[in-house]
Design a protein around this ligand. Sequence first.
Ligand code: NAD
Ligand code: MG
Length: 386
Amino acid sequence: MKKIAILGSTGSIGTQTLEVVRANGDIQVTALAAGSNISLLEKQIREFKPKLVCVWDENKAKELKLCTADLFVEICSGMEGLIKVALEPESELLVTAIVGMIGLRPTIAAIEAGKDIALANKETLVTAGHLIMPLAKEKKIKILPVDSEHSAIFQCLQGRNGSDACVPCNSSSEIEKILLTASGGPFRGLAKEQMREIKPEDALKHPSWSMGRKITIDSATMVNKGLEVMEAKWLFGVEPSDITVVVQPKSIIHSMVQFRDGAVMAQLGTPDMKLPIQYALYYPERRSLKGERLDFWKLGGLIFEKPDMENFDGLRLAYQAIHKGGSMPTVYNAANELAVHDFLEGRLSFLGITERIEAAMEAHHVIENPSVEEILETERWAVGRA
Ligand code: NAD
Ligand code: MG
């Protein structure tokens, strides 16, 4: 039986990972971690019987301990607990389904311990891709993308030289271009002026995907696509200039790779995160998966557009952050994390999110090749500033 641990088991990706585990019946979950939803955690503990569970909130961890006193499960809390879950000795693979750069230290710890990573938590690669990818190579572990676009690219690269050993694959010289698809979010086609009054409830309605709150807002601002360009650069070892964002509003094409002979390979499917999750859990095996299939007759046609960089600063600023490099992507990411939080709390306007990112980036002096400590220090600086 394959043994896995999950960071962020109560969220959108975490619960869908457990659905995949339940449907297949041959994966053992050895450890779980989540923020504060202990009623769902208790249900997950009773069903999946992990040995170790971390709740970020210390008081909630104490409460969970009382509710599960009849079970053989160790409950821990805080960053120490997250790292303990990442290092759970029996697990071979860590699913990083936690949201935000809080996932950085546990992910690095798991790689150092030789565990494969099913990576949903893109914020870790955005801020520390320059440390994580070489470490993954040194430790000979796999980083298996869960993000649908990156899973699509990974699937298109199968059969290429080196693609089954470890990501980044050695096939980058065969890649001419990565065509990263984007839905454009709920506000595609609007001018900036029309976005002034957008409220959280409007921005939380994604046209094609059902996801956690933070990534849904990131999709509405196009910051998500910016983070994904950075994620793709690290995962597939390509230059940012070789990544083209293609808006395809129905989210049917999950991404494409254009090879040096002009051939374009694409992965298509209905928008269902269980496919990339299952592909990462069982890679290189492709298991059967129930669910809706594409109906091309119903679909009729697909439209393609260039991303609107004039009205959506999220993507424009991402390219700037990549270009500056070093600690700048961390500033882009950390300023965004806090701004999204403030927007959801009603303390910041929708356009204020990217304005905050831009202001933080303008004030920042880049640290080249930042260490983990410098990345975390940069995060504190960006948050303190806001
Ligand atoms: P979510 O908000 O639904 O879930 C986040 C999970 O992280 C929850 O279980 C929460 O309890 C946990 N968490 C948050 N802070 C924590 C802390 N301090 N300690 C322990 N646990 C903590 O988010 P999501 O949509 O599932 O996204 C998770 C990650 O996957 C993000 O990085 C996101 O960008 C990425 N992702 C998500 C989707 C999607 O479809 N939801 C698609 C692609 C990538
Ligand atoms: Mg994505």
